[in-house]
Design a protein around this ligand. Structure first.
Ligand SMILES: [Zn+2]
Length: 113
């Protein structure tokens, strides 16, 4: 379950929310001013890392932390790591799917259901 960080454009409060279903994000409100003009923030954790650095640091046996799930760019990392270890080629279709999932995780989760 992803936790996203948001910025309220009305009062500039930052807050984080656990999003279980894409519908929940649509009805999100700022906890301070109840405003709905929200911007999802990209987690600042590991923001500077390239994907190959992420792959290198990613340990499939380690329990992922909250900040790991908070960063949508970590989606698909475990599959990639496995493929890399096996020397398998995931193909360009996989990259494309991954891009979609990372740029709009809520939509991706929705489509999978
Ligand atoms: Zn607000």
């Amino acid at each position: 379950m992803p936790i996203y960080e948001y910025l309220c454009r009305s009062c500039e409060k930052e807050f984080s929310e656990l999003i279980r279903k894409p519908e929940e994000e649509v009805s999100l409100q700022c906890p301070r001013c109840q405003g709905q003009d929200l911007k999802r923030l990209i987690s600042r954790v590991q923001f500077h890392l390239t994907e190959s650095q992420r792959l290198e640091q990613y340990d499939p046996k380690a329990k992922p932390t909250d900040s790991f799930y908070r960063d949508s760019r970590n989606i698909g990392l475990s599959a990639k790591k496995r493929a890399q270890e096996l020397g398998a080629d995931l193909g360009s279709g996989f990259e494309e799917k991954l891009e979609k999932a990372r740029s709009n995780p809520a939509k991706f989760i929705n489509e999978k259901d």
